[in-house]
Ligand binder design. Sequence first.
Ligand SMILES: Cc1cc2nc3c(=O)[nH]c(=O)nc-3n(C[C@H](O)[C@H](O)[C@H](O)COP(=O)(O)OP(=O)(O)OC[C@H]3O[C@@H](n4cnc5c(N)ncnc54)[C@H](O)[C@@H]3O)c2cc1C
Ligand code: FES
Length: 438
Amino acid sequence: ARSGKVLEHRNSTWRLFDFFWMLHIMDYSERTNFNNPLLVSSAIGGLWMALSGVWLLFASVRLAEFVPARLRRRSRIHLVGSADAESRSVDAAAGDTVFQALARSGLQLPSNCGGGQSCGLCEVRCVGKVPAPTAADRALLPPHKLDAGYRLACGLPVGHGVDIDVGDPALLAREHTAVVSSVKALTPFLREISLRPARPLACRPGAYVQMHVPPYARDASHIDVPDDHRDDWHKAGTGGQLVNDAPLRRSYSVAVPVERADGHLVFLVRFMPGERPGRGSSYMYTLKPGDAVSFSGPYGEFALKPGAREKVFIGGGAGMAPLRAMIHALFAQGASEPVHFWYGARSRRDAPYVEEMAAFAARYPNFDWRLVLSEEGGAGPTGFVHEAVRDGLLRDHPNLALLEFYVCGPPAMLAATRRMLQELGVEDGMVAFDDFKV
Ligand SMILES: Cc1cc2nc3c(=O)[nH]c(=O)nc-3n(C[C@H](O)[C@H](O)[C@H](O)COP(=O)(O)OP(=O)(O)OC[C@H]3O[C@@H](n4cnc5c(N)ncnc54)[C@H](O)[C@@H]3O)c2cc1C
Ligand code: FES
């Protein structure tokens, strides 16, 4: 400005270039220094992402997966323990997982994650040369199961010459149909949904079935919300579209023994609110009496143990479902041992079946029912349910070794309860639990 000397020539195209150059070298002030700390740290991060991506590619994808299934070497999976000679072995393509190969042959193992190695439901027992457990096997299966040869079928490649025990293959091939018989909103986000199966179905208390969820796109207004729950739904921001792009399966535990529900399957389903509400629970919440549904099962190992030991049930959220079924079954068969049920909820209006449990407690002197509220004071215990049961029952119990525990609830509650029981010295074998993973 002082000398009048021409320093640079600039035009609009250059300005555009300069803007993108600034973004490229991440020097947002001078636009000249491509050794600035922001760029250097981003470059190191980028290199790390690239290297870990290459490692993950080799660690998680097999070459055979890039070849279409029909061109791959064929192999067979042998199923042991099957009474049905026809289904003793199934066709498979090299590169498939046992989960995929069984599914192609119409044998669908239970799964909440569609083969994504995250739900832990697709376990099978390997017989013969058992492959080393994967990281997902170790994370999702307990040590005694790993030792017994159980592996997740969705992480188990075919072609290792192992035989597979899937229990009864006919159970995996069978699809049941049912009609929705009733829907009751028990709390703002817990609904009792009852189905009348086309054919009677035996279902042990603690078991679950897998609902077949079809693809759908519906407006959230399709869900009937009672007037006194509208505020809760509004606060949870559950408007907009409910969308599921592909068929999937979701597990729901029976909430009362079928023989005490006139053959109906009764579930207690929790809605999963959020920016993208849960696909399975949204489907369940859009069901209306008269709708036709399909499901498979029943499955699961969560069950009452034989014998008349003193029992402690600890639950929260939809974990009420299998525990309630077990408690119904116990009293139906005339249980005389002490039975304790500690159930945690945020407030009284989030707790289902409170009157029913209170009526049980009034009727059966050996039933001790405690509702533990974490966000609202009341006549009963308050705080977290695992702490309340520890302080109110377990700490002063004369012999914890005599107790049998049944635990089911949200992941944080389940983990805290299991940790608390371990700290009190309760043996793992005395604690049965069901992990819904949500
Ligand atoms: C053995 C067993 C028994 C069970 N029994 C019961 C029962 O009795 N009652 C019951 O209610 N449940 C039960 N469950 C849990 C149930 O099977 C489902 O896992 C649960 O309903 C959630 O499934 P969903 O399809 O609704 O949610 P998903 O669609 O799987 O989503 C899970 C969560 O992720 C969030 N999410 C999804 N997509 C996105 C995204 N793109 N971005 C951000 N967040 C996202 C959702 O909001 C939701 O909170 C059981 C599970 C198991 C394993
Ligand atoms: S299908 Fe979910 S872990 Fe295998």
